[in-house]
Design a protein around this ligand. Structure first.
Ligand SMILES: Cc1cc2nc3c(=O)[nH]c(=O)nc-3n(C[C@H](O)[C@H](O)[C@H](O)COP(=O)(O)OP(=O)(O)OC[C@H]3O[C@@H](n4cnc5c(N)ncnc54)[C@H](O)[C@@H]3O)c2cc1C
Length: 573
């Protein structure tokens, strides 16, 4: 069962959260060597990365270096020549490469996380045997082709077509945009609308060398400039029948499964970026003196360093919990994966902002890496699902499941919500008890033995799991199906779910680390307590704002400005 969705039903699936999972011994062994090799190769290249950012290129010799390191075969099983790393170890590798340069992680990540993931998840034995060895060695680099000019978040509206030829092969026509690795890939996972099954989407494996396949020039981007991003066009490309992935008409499912499975790569990269920023900010705060002392002595600078650390620990805790779910064969992890992407990407952007602020004027100068990191990490809230769309997905997935289970309990619960005191947040004790009785909501306590100093944090999550379930139940009853249009409320539900799920991952990890040597254990416990207090304030605010908010005013204001087309006030008129 999905831990995050169950939170919306008022249940903490403790056995899926505690104890915090460790790395497999085999992964640990490979990772030790791999992390060192990455540092040795990428560490001395800081000036090159800076130059390639300006020039917007990644030289072929450098990509050969990535091949030689084995970075294209990370998650491909050993039988096909790869390293066979788990999702957790793969995310850790991307975390390491991201401490050096985001474009590198993107080249590797787009290949593994999304480019050839379809073959791993859905490939037939013949497809795997044909392509995976070359993908593992990096002789073939992969890319994922979904987005089109008219189909971004609304991926189901793609217009690329695949029509069936008389011999059973397919003819592919269309253009994809903003494809990572577009200019260097040898193999594309392409999504197209197939005419023969009422316009359903189908996934195809397409070789770049086939007639009719071409790509546009390298896009001039704000960040991750060295990473190849191009259009990829298909003009009457003949695709053999055996290159359909999974089955005809199953392409949308394939695309979503790939994106869900790949999200920990992005999350791992975000954690690596944060670790690099914490290192930079620490050095800067200690070296820079103002008012006759290192700025590291000032409370407002220390607050930023501490907050970056709390956020990084939280992102790390949630990303590797989700990686563990994937590795241990959980099937329903898409909501948790979305939570980890949203949280980690936003935490990295906050860290980039604060680290640059600590470096201040120096940080604004292009000599130092802050401005590049700030530009590079901006993309993370945009691609692999925008954070807005993922937030809607998180809330709606949880509410859908809750709706089903409450539907079964309709009779038992209905009278509570038809009680004269209808407003959420003012349920009487009686109504709360009835809700608990009817749904089991609120009965869940964390039973894992926790040290006394973590019990307060656990109580926060227990209480707000109940609040989330009450909020979710209230919204479902009040708005029914039209809840899908109440985006402000859905965002609040999601943000509570994010705080709960991330907070529980932090709690679990801190409990596991509490005996770590040299104050690291005590500080991990302190982070868990701090995160719980901060989360409590955010959750309380979100709960309150479900009942009382200015959504209607804001909607009307947006309507007014959209009609005007510009800001209408000026102090001169
Ligand atoms: C550098 C880069 C690399 C990329 N790499 C790849 C790749 O390798 N393969 C690939 O297929 N694609 C790739 N993409 C495309 C990327 O996945 C899309 O940009 C992303 O899905 C968002 O689509 P869009 O940019 O068209 O935004 P839109 O969908 O047009 O969204 C615009 C805004 O509206 C919001 N919005 C949209 N729908 C809703 C809604 N229902 N409710 C509320 N808000 C909404 C969005 O959150 C966003 O803020 C890449 C993009 C970039 C910039």
């Amino acid at each position: 069962m999905s831990v995050a969705k169950q939170l919306m039903a008022g249940r903490i699936l403790e056995e899926q959260l505690f104890p915090y999972p460790g790395l497999l011994p085999k992964d640990r062994e490979v990772l030790g060597a791999m992390v060192d090799a990455i540092d040795q190769f990428l560490g001395p290249m800081r000036q090159d990365f800076k130059r390639w950012d300006r020039e917007a290129s990644q030289p072929a010799e450098f990509i050969q270096g990535l091949r030689d390191l084995g970075l294209f075969g990370l998650i491909i099983p050993e039988e096909f020549g790869g390293l066979g790393l788990s999702n957790a170890a793969y995310a850790r590798v991307l975390s390491q490469s991201s401490t050096h340069d985001s474009s590198v992680s993107l080249t590797v990540g787009a290949h593994s996380s999304i480019g050839m993931k379809g073959l791993l998840l859905f490939g037939t034995p013949a497809q795997k045997a044909r392509y995976l060895p070359k993908l593992a060695s990096g002789d073939m680099i992969a890319a994922f082709c979904l987005t089109e000019s008219g189909a971004g978040s609304d991926a189901a509206s793609i217009r690329t077509t695949a029509s069936l030829n008389a011999d059973g092969s397919w003819r592919l026509n269309g253009e994809k945009i903003w494809i990572t690795n577009g200019g260097i890939a040898d193999l594309y996972t392409v999504f197209a609308r197939t005419a023969s099954t009422a316009g359903k989407i189908t996934a195809f494996v397409v070789e770049a060398k086939w007639p009719g396949v071409s790509h546009g020039p390298h896009e001039d981007k704000m960040g991750i400039r060295a990473s190849s991003t191009t259009t990829v066009s298909f003009t009457d490309v003949r695709v053999p029948a055996e290159n359909v992935l999974d089955a005809e008409g199953k392409g949308f499912k394939v695309a979503m499964a790939i994106l869900n499975n790949g999200r920990t790569g992005l999350g791992g990269g975000a954690v690596g970026g944060m670790k690099a920023l914490i290192g930079l900010a620490t050095a800067q705060a200690q070296a820079r003196k103002q008012f006759d002392q290192p700025i590291a002595g000032f409370g407002l600078v220390r607050e930023k360093i501490a907050q970056m650390t709390v956020d990084c620990f939280a992102a790390e805790s949630v990303v590797w919990m989700v990686a563990h779910y994937i590795d241990s064969g959980h099937e329903d992890y898409s909501v948790e994966a979305a939570i980890s992407k949203v949280f980690a990407s936003e935490a990295l952007q906050r860290a980039a902002y604060e680290a640059l602020q600590i470096a201040a004027g120096n940080g604004f100068m292009r000599d130092l890496p802050y401005e590049q990191i700030t530009r590079d990490c901006r993309i993370l809230t945009i691609f692999e699902g925008t954070n807005e769309v993922l937030r809607l997905y998180i809330a709606l997935s949880g509410l859908k499941d809750l709706g089903k289970s409450l539907g079964e309990l309709k009779i038992a619960v209905d009278d509570i919500f038809n009680h004269p005191i209808k407003g959420f947040g003012v349920l009487t004790d009686y109504a709360e008890k009835r809700l608990t009785y009817a749904t089991g909501v609120g009965r869940d306590k964390i039973l894992t033995p926790l040290p006394p100093e973590l019990k307060g944090a656990a109580a926060v999550y227990e209480r707000y799991t109940l609040e989330l379930a009450k909020a979710a139940g209230y919204l479902l009853r009040r708005y029914g199906k039209s809840i899908a249009d109440r985006q402000h409320d859905l965002k609040r539900v999601t943000d509570i779910a994010i705080d709960l799920f991330v907070g529980l991952c932090v709690l679990s990890r801190a409990a596991a680390l509490r005996s770590a040597p040299a104050d690291a254990g005590a500080q991990a416990v302190a982070i868990a307590r701090t995160f719980a207090q901060q989360a409590k304030r955010r959750m309380a605010n979100n709960v309150r704002r479900i009942a009382r908010n200015e959504d209607e005013e804001m909607n009307r204001l947006a309507g007014f400005i959209l009609d005007q087309g510009s800001y209408p006030w000026d102090i001169v008129s």
